[in-house]
Design a protein around this ligand. Structure first.
Ligand SMILES: [Cu+2]
Length: 128
C-alpha cells in the first residue's frame, strides 16, 4: 500500500471515530429502572419500568424477564408510539419470590440500538 492510500485509510478511521463520538450520547441509555438494579423486594412489583435517556422507537424496543431457571416469565414491547422514554412490563403477581433477570433492547429514534440487563430479588414475607 502506498503512503497516500495509507493516509486515506487513517483519515477514514479518524472521521469514523469522530462520528461515533458525536452520536454516542444520542443513543437510548438506561437512566433508571424500577425495581432498582440489585434490589430486594418483599412483594412482587406490579410492573417493571425502564426509563431511557432518549426517545424509543416502538419497533425493535423490547424487554423480557427471566426467573432464576432462565424461563421467560414476562415480556413487553415499547408502547406502540415512537418517542416514548419508557418501557413498561406487567410483572406476574404469582411470582412471589426468587431472583429475576430483566433483559432489554432499545431502538433509539436515531436508528441505533442499545441493550442491557439487570436483576432484582423478591423475598416474600411469607417465606415462599
Ligand atoms: Cu444513536
Amino acid at each position: 500500500m502506498n503512503s497516500t492510500a495509507k493516509r486515506g485509510l487513517q483519515m477514514l478511521f479518524v472521521v469514523h471515530a469522530l462520528l461515533c463520538a458525536a452520536t454516542a450520547f444520542a443513543h437510548a441509555r438506561l437512566e433508571s429502572q424500577d425495581p432498582r438494579a440489585g434490589g430486594t423486594l418483599t412483594e412482587p412489583p406490579h410492573v417493571v419500568r425502564l426509563h431511557f435517556s432518549d426517545a424509543l422507537k416502538a419497533e425493535g424496543s423490547h424487554l423480557w424477564i427471566e426467573n432464576s431457571s432462565g424461563d421467560r416469565v414476562a415480556e413487553a414491547d415499547a408502547l406502540p408510539t415512537d418517542g416514548i422514554l419508557e418501557m413498561v412490563c406487567t410483572f406476574p403477581m404469582k411470582m412471589r419470590s426468587g431472583r429475576f433477570h430483566v433483559y432489554w433492547r432499545a431502538a433509539s429514534t436515531d436508528g441505533h440500538y442499545t441493550q442491557g440487563d439487570y436483576w432484582f430479588t423478591i423475598q416474600s414475607a411469607d417465606g415462599r
